[in-house]
Write a protein that binds this ligand. Structure first.
Ligand code: TXA
Ligand code: MG
Length: 347
């Protein structure tokens, strides 16, 4: 199919892009749009046929529910049937922002949005382009990340164009996604609240508003039916074999990675995704992707998916990735890296 693409960083394309995207939604089409976390692939959340096109375009299993996006906080009731007081306090504090709140669903949503669950995850992005698009569409927008299922989520224009050109009606591109990792998913339909997926809104930030520490079910071993259905699928993987390397001694980490990169040639292209502090210690090694300083969690989180995609564009067959200490948004980085990794090494 023909895909119309608009660059929303170009003021001459902004209004035309938003209006073409809104009319594609009205026709039951699907639209890629930027958010501060990752790019989304959206459809009218009340239109079952349109929503089924999202699953087809991504190659996504249909038992994995989608997040419903709104443009303004009062629109929460377009997606949810009720908002308990604790959930409302989270919404008032963190929306707009990189959080999705799981609530009892509004029955006007198409059944395939929630994969048959009685709850829905609701998200109000900060990103101006996303909100202008959703407001112009005038509908709640069901949207997963705009990657082909299983691949790293898209955080840059070139990522979505590579994955989705020819598979959707409109692509809106914007600046690189500022957060770069998907929203925190917190289930407020249960007590105590439960973090299903870590993101930029950390457990500590949530507990400051809730007055208690939420559970973190993503840390628990998966047995039986997972609560966030998405958690059971392989995610975020490049074609390369990924080894995550944890440690606090940069010299030891660099020595280990150098040893792997300089291993005898066997036809596999090797590379490493490393904190900037290791770059001088790896001088002379090929295929290094600088993640940013270990002092800048915001930067290395924003770069992780670009780094994983870089492996595929460079034809890298085996990659080593340095991992940060836990805490705050680094918990989200560690969660995604863990899912992408085949092997973990602790030094
Ligand atoms: O940052 C984000 O959240 C991005 C942007 C586009 O907003 N969206 C995103 O969507 O990451 P997706 O579909 O890739 O991830 C949605 C996650 C999945 O793990 C899914 O299982 C979970 O949220 N989820 C959705 N609805 C749920 C529900 N009712 N109950 C529990 N988990 C749910
Ligand atoms: Mg996703």
């Amino acid at each position: 199919m023909d895909t119309l693409t608009f660059d929303l960083t170009d003021p001459t394309q902004y209004h035309e892009g938003i209006s073409q995207a809104a009319s594609a939604i009205a026709r039951g089409g699907i639209v890629v749009f930027p958010t501060e976390t990752v790019y989304g692939l959206g459809a009218d959340a009340t239109d079952e046929r349109a929503v089924s096109r999202i699953f087809e375009a991504k190659g996504r299993p249909s038992d994995n529910p989608l997040i419903v996006h709104i443009a303004d906080r009062e629109d929460i009731f377009l997606a949810a049937s009720s908002v308990p007081p604790d959930a409302m306090r989270l919404a008032e504090r963190f929306m707009p922002g990189p959080i999705s709140i799981v609530l009892p669903k509004n029955d006007s949503l198409a059944p395939n949005v929630t994969a048959g669950l009685s709850t829905v995850a609701v998200r109000l992005p900060v990103c101006r382009e996303a909100r202008d698009f959703i407001r112009a569409a005038g509908r709640p927008i069901a949207a997963p990340s705009a990657n082909i299922s299983g691949k790293p989520s898209p955080t840059r224009a070139e990522h979505v164009i590579r994955d989705m050109n020819g598979r959707c009606d409109v692509i809106l591109t914007g600046y690189d996604c500022e957060v770069g990792l998907e929203s925190t998913v917190v289930d407020m339909s249960v007590f105590p609240a439960c973090i299903l997926r870590p993101g930029a809104v950390s457990a500590k930030m949530l507990s400051e508003v809730l007055g208690y520490e939420p559970r973190s079910s993503y840390k628990e071993k998966l047995t039986g039916a997972p609560k966030a259905p998405g958690m059971k699928y392989t995610h975020y993987k490049p074609d390369a074999k990924v080894t995550s390397v944890a440690g606090s001694d940069f010299a030891a980490m660099a020595a280990f990675i150098r040893g792997e990169l300089e291993a005898p040639e066997d036809g596999t292209v090797r590379g490493a995704i490393v904190f900037d502090e290791l770059i001088p210690l790896l001088s002379g090694c090929p295929n290094l992707y600088p993640l940013g300083s270990i002092e800048r969690p915001d930067v290395y989180c924003a770069r992780l998916y670009d780094a994983l995609r870089w492996c595929d564009t460079e034809g890298i067959g085996e990659v080593w990735v340095t991992s940060p200490p836990p805490g705050g948004i680094s918990d989200a980085f560690l969660n995604r890296l863990d899912k992408a990794s085949d092997v973990t090494v602790e030094l």
